[in-house]
Design a protein around this ligand. Structure first.
Ligand SMILES: Nc1nc2c(c(=O)[nH]1)N[C@H]1C(S)=C(S)[C@@H](COP(=O)(O)OP(=O)(O)OC[C@H]3O[C@@H](n4cnc5c(=O)[nH]c(N)nc54)[C@H](O)[C@@H]3O)O[C@H]1N2
Ligand SMILES: Nc1nc2c(c(=O)[nH]1)N[C@H]1C(S)=C(S)[C@@H](COP(=O)(O)OP(=O)(O)OC[C@H]3O[C@@H](n4cnc5c(=O)[nH]c(N)nc54)[C@H](O)[C@@H]3O)O[C@H]1N2
Ligand code: SF4
Ligand SMILES: [Mo]
Length: 705
């Protein structure tokens, strides 16, 4: 029996893997405090990729003559990659080679990937998919608090807050075992507020539900600040002692009276006033943001506005209160701390900080001048591929870009213009399928490494079974490439972790005191401790910053041609690009769908289950309609776990985090001529028969599926 953690999301649920003959069974690990033995369907079925017929077990190389991928040996594949990287570097310079990582990689891999880029390849062009995840919350937290720790307190603390505000989180479907905290909070007499354009299963667990137009969470926060100020509910003592900048925020909020907020957001002024009263009267308030609020071209400002609300109430640093971001990927937190980010060195050090550069160069044993500077952010990197002056080769570890990048048709064209695309994966993802070289790697359960969960708790995923013959670990692959480029890299995860500890020592995220043994003994170890900010914030003066922000609105407003808001997100049974979960037999793989309101369905003559076409300025997708009365009539929703959703999405970026606007763009929906004989798109609202799918009941999240 091996105690380990789920391969998927940032909750990193503890689980126990037991061998039963040739099978590997998932069993509860009841003592692990974050999930107390509960798992969601994805966790229970996580061994489904083991021994899967689509598992990659040999390197693949694209044959020049046939254009097809063919099996190759490891030496051939690695020699080929290293040789072509060397050639491209000598023709075009070191920045002609780019590296793209993932927030699902272990800390050891994320650290080694940054080192592979900076030391072995000498390129500044490295970034990762975390840019598309929580980067807006990260840049807001750095600005406001001087540090970016998703949750500065253990998740279970929310059970003891008085009011919990979830801004753009559907955690009942995205972190099902965490739903227990909502239930316990309400049993304790607490109040849950959910803000989402869709009445999700999470909203069904709320006492207050606000259903705004996508992209308008920022004015809601300004409206609340306006109300709190008018009611004299601002904690003046806390504001004076622990913060700076309140007066600017007060001025910015002054013109956001509730009726103006209602006009912009669609949220009733009366409902907003009630929420203001609720917050004003609560002793402990916790605000949590997730992708719904963050994945916008004004995502950073939106998070800053919500941090302003928490600060005005005097919450951050108080027990069972404050602000946090619900990070998403398995190693969403650690993945952004150890140097796979374009502007960053291990330990959350900034790459343009001379002291940080000296320290890390010493650990790496290289001259400090050889450490490259800041590179392009994820989307800007992809956008530059194959262009004049852009990278000619891309190495991908742990991301399925073809499915999950915004404006996917354009990104695909950039990938097609590369001289060399190398993908390391466990299956032939849509991105691996177009690569020149595919390197098959070990997966979770076949290897050991640490992850840092959404609370900043460093946990240990331990190897439970031997990998299939023919695959190598990512650490082996990186060492193999480094060796061919003249560098000696460690491959033992514990050794790499110790090196990471030294490189991070003294940084904002300092792992130097953490060891595998301590993690095993303590159910995970929090870097910087479980609770931050009780005494001081991380800025030099110890104070948090209020930041005054303005509402700009979505980069692409609706108009006559594209009259609807499109938003995207997740369903419970699939994970991310679906590369893994679409292959797990026990999980429903029912394709993308277009969720829309009965009123909209009636207007266009669409029927539940029948195909509709959704169009944006960038592309179109045909998929079955899912007619539900839980979504705003002016908004449609498409899950992104299947190819297609991202052909539609907008690549407008947040100016500070460089987060793409996944959560809102303008679209049009028309019905397709169907077998029911309906014809051209309709505008009539009187005669179209509408079948309304019963609101899907919230799934028994904690029950074993
Ligand atoms: N089942 C499942 N769980 C997952 C994942 C998965 O792929 N599948 N991925 C993991 C990862 S990496 C992440 S980042 C997390 C994401 O976790 P969440 O952020 O909870 O997931 P999303 O579905 O992306 O978005 C949450 C909600 O935002 C709403 N929303 C859309 N636009 C807006 C808006 O403008 N404002 C507001 N307030 N809400 C809006 C959507 O309707 C949706 O219900 O989930 C993690 N857990
Ligand atoms: N429209 C829309 N698009 C979105 C989002 C959205 O809400 N809407 N959300 C965004 C968010 S929050 C995220 S996090 C991204 C995620 O999108 P992706 O980056 O595509 O995430 P995954 O599907 O997890 O991709 C991981 C890939 O790595 C492989 N893999 C798994 N483990 C390992 C490993 O240890 N090593 C290696 N080498 N490979 C491994 C998997 O098989 C898979 O192919 O999508 C973003 N895209
Ligand atoms: S919530 Fe589900 S996907 Fe996330 S770690 Fe737990 S079992 Fe895995
Ligand atoms: Mo994410």
């Amino acid at each position: 029996m091996t105690k380990t953690h789920c391969p998927y999301c940032s909750l990193q649920c503890g689980m126990s893997l037991e061998r039963a003959g040739r099978e590997l069974e998932v069993q509860p690990w009841a003592e692990f405090p974050v999930n107390e033995g509960a798992l969601c369907r994805k966790g229970w079925t996580a061994t489904g990729l083991r021994g899967h017929r689509e598992r990659l077990t040999t390197p693949l190389v694209r044959d020049r003559a046939t254009g097809e991928l063919r099996a190759a040996g490891w030496e051939e594949a690695l020699d080929l990659v290293a040789g072509r990287l060397r050639d491209l570097r000598s023709s075009y310079g070191a920045d002609a080679v780019a590296v793209f990582g993932g927030g699902g990689l272990t800390n050891e891999k994320a650290y080694q990937l940054g080192k592979l880029a900076r030391v072995a390849l000498g390129t500044s062009q490295v970034d990762y998919n975390g840019r598309w995840c929580m980067s807006s919350a990260a840049s807001a937290s750095n600005r406001a608090f001087g540090i970016d720790r998703g949750l500065p307190f253990p998740l279970a603390d929310i059970e003891h807050t008085d009011v919990l505000v979830l801004v753009g989180s559907n955690l009942v479907e995205t972190m099902p075992p965490a739903a227990r905290h909502l239930d316990r909070l309400r049993e304790n007499g607490g109040h849950v507020v959910v803000i989402d354009p869709r009445r999700t299963p999470t909203a069904d667990r709320a006492d207050t539900f606000l259903q705004p137009v996508p992209g308008t969470d920022l004015p809601i926060a300004l409206g609340l600040l306006h109300l709190l100020d008018a009611a004299g509910a601002v904690d003046e003592e806390y504001v004076a002692a622990r913060t700076t900048g309140w007066e600017d925020v007060r001025r910015a909020a002054a013109s956001w009276w509730p009726e103006r907020v209602e006009r912009v957001t669609g949220v009733d002024a009366a409902q907003l006033r009630d929420m203001g009263t609720l917050l004003a009267g609560a002793a402990k308030v916790t605000v949590l943001t997730a992708r719904g609020a963050e994945q916008h071209a004004q995502g950073t400002d939106t998070v800053l506005a919500w941090i302003d609300v928490a600060l005005a109430l005097g919450m951050p640093g108080r027990p069972n209160a404050g602000y946090g971001c619900l990070t998403g990927q398995g190693n969403g937190q650690g993945g952004r701390e150890h140097g796979q980010k374009a502007d960053q060195l291990p330990g959350y050090r900034m790459i343009d900080d001379p002291v940080a550069r000296e320290h890390v160069a010493r650990v790496w044993g290289v001259p400090v001048e050889s450490v490259p500077g800041k590179g392009r952010s994820a989307y800007e990197l992809l956008d530059a591929l194959g262009t004049d002056g852009g990278p000619k080769a891309l190495l991908v570890f742990g991301s399925n870009i073809v499915v999950s990048a915004p404006n996917a048709t354009h990104v695909r064209s950039r990938l097609d213009d590369l001289d060399l695309l190398v993908v390391s994966d466990i299956v032939l993802s849509e991105t691996a399928a177009i690569a020149d070289v595919v390197l098959p790697v070990t997966q979770w359960a076949e290897e050991t490494g640490t992850m840092t969960n959404l609370e900043g708790r460093v946990i240990l995923r331990q190897q439970a079974v031997a990998p299939p013959e023919g695959v190598r670990s990512d650490l082996d692959v990186m060492a193999g490439l480094a060796a061919r480029l003249g560098h000696d890299f460690a491959t033992d995860p514990e050794e790499v972790f110790a090196e990471l500890g030294r490189a991070s020592a003294g940084g904002r995220a300092d792992y130097s005191e953490i060891t595998y043994d301590r993690i095993r003994e303590e159910h995970g170890v929090f870097w910087a401790g479980p609770r931050l900010f009780a005494e001081a914030f991380a800025h030099d003066d110890g104070r948090a910053r209020f930041v005054a922000v303005e509402h700009r609105g979505p980069a692409e407003p609706v108009d006559a041609a594209y009259p609807l808001h499109l938003t995207t997100g997740r369903v419970l049974a699939q994970y991310q690009s679906g590369a893994q979960t679409r292959r797990v037999r026990e999980l429903p793989d029912d394709g993308p769908f277009v969720e829309l309101h009965p009123m909209l369905a009636q207007r266009i003559g669409a029927y539940d289950g029948e195909p509709v076409v959704i169009t944006t300025r960038r592309g179109e997708l045909k998929a079955p309609a899912r007619v539900v009365d839980t979504i705003r009539p002016d908004t449609v929703f498409v899950p992104f776990h299947w190819v297609g959703a991202n052909r539609l999405t907008n690549d407008a970026l947040d100016p500070s985090s460089r987060m793409p606007e996944f959560k809102v763009c303008a679209c049009a929906v028309t019905m397709v001529v169907s077998r029911l004989g309906a014809g051209a798109p309709r505008t009539s609202t009187t005669d179209a028969p509408v079948e309304v799918r019963a609101k899907r009941a919230s799934k028994p999240a904690q029950a074993r599926a």
